[in-house]
Design a binder for this molecule. Structure first.
Ligand SMILES: [Zn+2]
Length: 182
C-alpha cells in the first residue's frame, strides 16, 4: 500500500482541481473514503485470508470492478435527488478516486501486485516503474523510521507530482476562461 495520507491527497486534489461548486465537503469526504477504503482488505489477515487470495490484500477491493460498484453505490445513496449530470460527474469522480488507489499501489516497490481485473482475472499487476517505497501494513509499524522513509518517498513521487498537476490544470483553466471571455 501507499499510505492513507497519499491516497487521500490524490482524491482531494482531483476533487478541488475542477473548482466546481458540487465539490463540497461531502463530495470530497466521499472521494477520500473511496480512495482509502480498498485497504480495508487488511482485516482479512486476522481471519486467515492469505495476501494472494481473491479477498487478500490488493485483491478484489483494489479492482476496477470494486471501484465501479463502490462509486455507483455511493452515488445511488448520496446523490439520488441530484440531476443526471451531477450524478454522472460524481460517479466519475468517485470511480477515479477508488481506481487511483490501485494505481498508486502498483507504483510501490513491495508486496504483491494489484488485482486490477479481479474477479475475472486474479493476476496481480505492477507498473514497470515502481519508485514509491511501500508503506508498512499496520499503524504501529508506520510510526517509526520506516514511516518517515515512506513519507519522504511519497512526498517525492506522489505529493510533488500531484501538486504540479494540480497547479498546471488550474492555470490552464484560468487561461481557458480568459480566452473564452475575449
Ligand atoms: Zn492498497
Amino acid at each position: 500500500m501507499a499510505s492513507a495520507f497519499s491516497h487521500a491527497l490524490v482524491a482531494l486534489a482531483m476533487g478541488k482541481v475542477s473548482g466546481h461548486p458540487v465539490m463540497d465537503l461531502r463530495a470530497l469526504g466521499l472521494g477520500v473514503l473511496c480512495a482509502v477504503l480498498p485497504d480495508i482488505d487488511v482485516i482479512g489477515f486476522g481471519y486467515g485470508i492469505q495476501y494472494g487470495d481473491l479477498w487478500g490484500h490488493r485483491g478484489l477491493t483494489h479492482s476496477l470492478v470494486f471501484a465501479v460498484l463502490l462509486s455507483a453505490g455511493l452515488v445511488a445513496v448520496c446523490y439520488r435527488r441530484e440531476s443526471g449530470a451531477v450524478r454522472a460527474g460524481m460517479g466519475l469522480y468517485l470511480f477515479l478516486c477508488a481506481a487511483s488507489h490501485g494505481i498508486l499501489d502498483a507504483l510501490t516497490d513491495g508486496g504483491l501486485g494489484v488485482a486490477f481485473f479481479s474477479p475475472f482475472d486474479t493476476t496481480r499487476y505492477f507498473f514497470p516503474v515502481r519508485p514509491v517505497a511501500v508503506s508498512p501494513i499496520g499503524i504501529r509499524e508506520f510510526f517509526n523510521e520506516q514511516g518517515l522513509y515512506v513519507l519522504a518517498s511519497e512526498a517525492k513521487w506522489i505529493w510533488l507530482p500531484t501538486a504540479a498537476l494540480f497547479v498546471t490544470f488550474r492555470a490552464l483553466k484560468v487561461v481557458c476562461v480568459r480566452i473564452n471571455a475575449r
